[in-house]
Design a protein around this ligand. Structure first.
Ligand code: 6PG
Length: 490
């Protein structure tokens, strides 16, 4: 290995870190890698990588963090691929004394955006730059092209852009799926919403599979070919594609593996964060919330077993008309996906306004067209809707999607009604449908909620026959006082 300084350093040789390092090297960047010594691992992690997958490549391995930092060309660019949370802070504490002014730290993990806000400020206060970057696409994406969502110290962008865009996935027109997102923790916020949408998509696909499995006399191969067919149309996406593959996959004993996988879903927290943050911003994100809660309920397997014995239920009509039901499932899936993306993008817009991030929603939609887990063709339509001269107030009010929703509604309604009749759970399909009905209702029963709040707590209400922003309190019982509670909203 020559003594030329490396273009970039990467810390953390778990699978994502290894693959990103190899991806960078394949784009002709010289890469230094460092991993802390793992107790109990005989051959060091670094040695194993440098003498294994990185053998003969332009990768230098280091087991001392100081040597690693010194091996990098100025301004140093160090990508951290370590577990989100305190490990990032501990690593930064080790790095700070070794860095020079203008050096750039990049956090490519699934960090909480509030941590990233804090880390950008801290790094800048010390004269360094900090980039919090979402990286999506799993192992495969890390190696062959991921969707990369960087945000933080704006001055870092021109320095890291050539490297990050080179390792990003490219769409069919050659556009890299990596653009500057905005200041502070905005890159990680966008990645968090990406993951939330991922939760929603996965739950919706699971419900589509479940409806077909339970209401049609079809085998796995046939359901797989239905998904494969959808993958040629408007639902074309990575998650639909892998669902078809999963359905066909057999284990060593020749059985369909999916049937043997325990129905208890795990989660690492980004879906939950999406919902918490939407709530903090006062924004509806019901579909993702439903997907998160459904994973929680699925993991209460023992309770569900007990409950299933206490409340026996079954299907009324064993077999449905196949082409009709498949069409309705398609409508429900596509329409619910549109609701979910509309909700997710609305949260992004709200966060952008609240935090002054100036997010570009069409750029985000374009970045998600390749490399990431939720990549799909219909993100082109979403990007186009946000690029239109007249910005839609809500994605579902964009002319193209208005027409799509109009066409999808009958099948979507049918499907949810059939599921309810058959006592099959479709929480995400119906959450989306109810959101849609609420959205398009000029009037909602929230007048009753306001009346109740005022009745028991003098929380006041606005009147339909007066101006917005003027609040009233009624002495409902004749013996309440005139004292009002504050009218603030959270
Ligand atoms: C990605 C994924 C990834 C995520 C996993 C696991 O974009 O590549 O979102 O970042 O960590 O999919 O997520 P859960 O364990 O929460 O399902």
């Amino acid at each position: 290995m020559d003594n030329k300084k490396s273009d970039i350093g990467l810390i953390g040789l778990a699978v994502m870190g290894e693959n990103l390092a190899l991806n960078m090297e394949s784009k002709n960047w010289q890469v230094s890698v460092y991993n802390r010594t793992v107790i109990g691992v005989e051959e060091g992690v670094v040695d194993r990588f440098v003498n294994g997958r990185a053998k003969g490549k332009n990768v230098q391995g280091f087991t001392e963090i100081k040597d690693f930092v010194e091996s990098l060309a100025a301004p140093r660019k160090i990508m951290m691929m370590v577990r989100a949370g305190s490990a990032v802070d501990e690593l930064m504490d080790q790095l700070f004394p070794l860095l020079s002014a203008g050096d750039i730290l990049i956090d490519g993990g699934n960090s909480n955006y509030e941590d990233t806000n804090r880390r950008v400020e801290l790094s800048e206060s010390k004269g360094f730059l900090f980039v919090g970057s979402g990286v999506s696409g799993g192992e495969e994406g890390a190696l062959n092209g991921a969707s990369i969502m960087p945000g933080g110290s704006a001055n870092a962008w021109s320095q890291v852009k050539p490297i990050l865009q080179s390792i990003a996935a490219k769409t069919s027109d050659g556009t890299p799926c990596c653009e500057w997102v905005g200041p502070a923790g905005s890159g990680h916020f966008v990645k968090m919403i990406h993951n939330g949408i991922e939760y929603g998509d996965m739950q919706l696909i699971a419900e589509a599979y479940w409806m077909m499995k339970n209401l049609l006399s079809v085998d796995h191969e046939e359901i797989a070919s239905i998904f494969a067919g959808w993958n040629e149309g408007k639902l074309r996406s990575y998650l639909i594609e892998i669902t078809a593959n999963i359905l066909k996959h057999k284990d060593k004993s020749g059985d369909y593996l999916v049937d043997k996988i325990l129905d208890a879903a795990g989660q690492k927290g980004t879906g939950k964060w999406s919902v918490i943050n939407a709530m903090e911003l006062g924004m509806p994100l019901g579909l993702i919330a439903t997907a998160v809660f459904e994973r929680s309920l699925s993991s209460q397997k023992a309770l569900r077993e007990t409950a299933s014995h206490s409340y026996k239920h079954g299907h009324l009509q064993a077999v449905y008309n196949k082409p009709e039901l498949v069409k309705d499932v398609h409508s429900a899936l596509y329409a619910s996906k549109l609701v979910s993306y509309a909700q997710g993008f609305a949260v992004l817009q709200k966060a952008s306004d609240a935090f002054g991030w100036n997010l570009n929603l069409s750029s985000i939609a374009r970045m998600w067209r390749g490399g990431c887990i939720i990549r799909s063709v219909f993100l082109n339509d979403i990007a186009a809707a946000f690029e239109a001269k007249e910005k839609p107030e809500h994605l579902l009010l964009a002319p193209y999607f208005k027409e799509e929703m109009r066409q999808l509604l009958p099948g979507w309604k049918n499907l949810v009604a059939a599921a309810v009749r058959e006592e099959l759970p479709v929480p995400a399909f119906s959450s989306a449908l109810n959101y849609f009905y609420s959205l398009v209702s000029e009037k909602l029963p929230a007048n009753m909620v306001q009346a109740q709040r005022d009745y028991f707590g003098a929380h006041t209400f606005e009147r339909t026959d007066n101006l917005r922003g003027v609040f009233f309190h009624e002495n409902w019982t004749g013996h309440g006082g005139d004292t009002k509670s504050g009218t603030y909203n959270v």
